[in-house]
Design a protein around this ligand. Structure first.
Ligand SMILES: [Zn+2]
Length: 84
């Protein structure tokens, strides 16, 4: 699925997803303008919780949830005004 991207908030140019990286600790995504190179990057990071294990040590447990930081949403939240 290709997300809908608003025009560039700086120049009104066409936007596209410029980078998608799946790292073990995060998903990196970038949205950029093809005309002026404006870019927004985001990292979607897994949420971990800390708990004491039976040995009395703190350990991190993955919750399977993600902290949402979505470059597409942030890009679309910036509005481009044709006539400021
Ligand atoms: Zn632009």
């Amino acid at each position: 699925m290709t997300p809908m991207l608003k025009p560039c908030p700086f120049c009104g140019g066409k936007a596209r997803i410029t980078e998608v990286k799946l790292l073990p600790e995060a998903e990196i995504m970038a949205v950029g303008c093809i005309r002026c190179q404006a870019e927004i990057k985001s990292a979607r990071q897994p949420v971990q919780v800390q708990r004491l294990n039976i040995c009395g040590e703190w350990e991190y447990i993955s919750t399977g949830l993600y902290m949402e930081d979505n470059a597409v949403e942030r890009w679309n939240r910036r509005d481009y005004h044709e006539n400021p």
